[in-house]
Design a binder for this molecule. Sequence first.
Ligand code: DGL
Length: 247
Amino acid sequence: MRLGFYDSGLGGLSVLKEFVGKFGSKYSYSYFGDSARAPYGDKSPEQLKSYVFEIAEYMQADDVDILISACNTSSMYLDEIDLSDFSFQMISLKNVMDKYFADNAAKYQAKRIALMATNATIDSGRYKNWPVDIYPVKCPTIVPLLEAAQLDAAKLEWQRYLNELPKDIKDVIIGCTHYSLLNVQASDYNFIDPAKLVLEQFSSSIFNDGMINYSKKNANTELDIKINFTKGSDEYLKLATELLDLH
Ligand code: DGL
């Protein structure tokens, strides 16, 4: 079985990494990072929907069986895109979060939860359906820094946004897959990371062991991972390799 992942650039590698770490060569993997058009966080809903449609066509041609939207921003609008002509199944981070909070609302009663995300994710307002008290925080400076391969500066920005949170907030949604790559240790917070939750939900879904694995690769052979970015300098690809860190 072939799994496809897409994002505006590097961010979705955080999701790919989780899957490869868990399933290894059980599946083959195709990653598409739309770095030429990153960040997605400042794009309009119409732009985001047309990008996803183009990526869906790419993934269909690449024979993926399941497409994982490793991009919170565009996943906010997936339900408005007609993908019925495509043969793959779709998993979106927004649906992952919908399910997470439907299942865990009681745990967060009487708490405020920060949603740290791109402008477009916050502006979509889709988080308002979650049965919890969300404190939205736009973090527009992080993705451009990461896409410019400035990892340390991106980490500092993440920390700055955290420092600016109201003191009562201890639960934080890492609402953009780019931020999941920053791996900043801050034990003061309970992080809720869709990039990790998607793996849990995938693992317990019908797509996992119940499915017949018809991948042509033998389980003992090397990983079969194809990664394509729409734009990338040597420095960018080096950072992508480091962030994926499969060793
Ligand atoms: N990594 C994406 C997300 O999860 C997109 C970020 C961006 O390009 O602004 O939202």
